[in-house]
Design a protein around this ligand. Sequence first.
Ligand SMILES: [Zn+2]
Length: 396
Amino acid sequence: MLIRNVSLLLGRELDYVNTACVRISNKYIETIGKKIQSKKDEQIIDCEGLLMMPGLINAHTHIGDSIAKDINIDEDVESKIHPVTGFKQKILKSSGVSHLTSFIQSSCLSMIRKGITTFIDFREGGVKGVNILQKASFGIPIRPVILGRIDFYQDFKSIKTNSPIPESKKLDLKNLLNNCDGIGISGPNEFSDSALRHFSKQRKICAIHSAETEESNATSSKVTGKSETERALLAKPDFLVHMTHASKKDLQLVSKNKSSIVVCPRANGALAEGIPDVNLMLETGCNVAIGTDNVMINSPDMFKEMDYLWKVSMGMKKKRLAPKSILKMSTVNGSDLLGGKVGIIQINNIADFIFIEKHAIDLEPMHNPYASLVHRISENTIRAVMFKGEIIHGKI
Ligand SMILES: [Zn+2]
């Protein structure tokens, strides 16, 4: 397939190219150039008026709780989503698989319409939970990256005495990891140092919630004398989720350990728990990606997430933040969590794209494409979405 006359955001720097040709072969980007000669019998698509951007990476979701949208909205964060006592867990456990499946599928379809081609999900419920998401998303043109967890949490006494993970649970973890892409740890406050170090030894993706609330940070200091993030890093995570209340020292440690951060500002806002300081994260050299978190408390919409993050950061800091840096968080920076083959328009990468109508009434005239894409695009300005070289939503 040869795409002609398209504007695009090229490479890791999202360089704006006004007119380009892109050849897609076998799901991958084969060539990008100003002019490319078509091959005999090649499908040619003229994309005059369209801007091609990478398919978005939603770097943190809990899609399994799509069934519980806006339940008990005024409750505090712990009673909502605590991994052991939260009512979210009760809803997940008491809901039928077919019900859970149908709402997971709705959220997958919703994300596709919003240009999300990859999402990284924290899936509760062990292998069974992982299987529910695998089966629900099978045949839907979206890429779920599934980070499972075992049904095992430690109390403060076990943390203080540094109890190890029992052998039977280590086996459960091994079995879990044979069935999914990695581990999504609920947080350091549920595990001893020994357990966190055990998590660090597995070879798949490792991610952990950290410093989501002031309270969770305070609990960590009280129980262990260390910050939540200091302890989260014992698991050697590829990325930490939230970091809403991370100190500068925490962020420096994350940067030094070459871990990344995934922020979920709208979820933090919805839970009335504060806003992550992305300026400070960038200043300390952290790689920052964006996620939309629980579907229970937030819509899986990266456009809204970018718009919110951009403005709330500038409003709170009274300092400009480049819209391109926000756009990178939804594409390039998320790509770095997954090996770099998605989320960046470059040769040999997978052909996942969004085609935006440059002349849409909400966008024209597009004087600054980065700003327009961060705060003016929506489902309505998308002409089509491509996944692995095939148009799976809309038409071009
Ligand atoms: Zn989460």
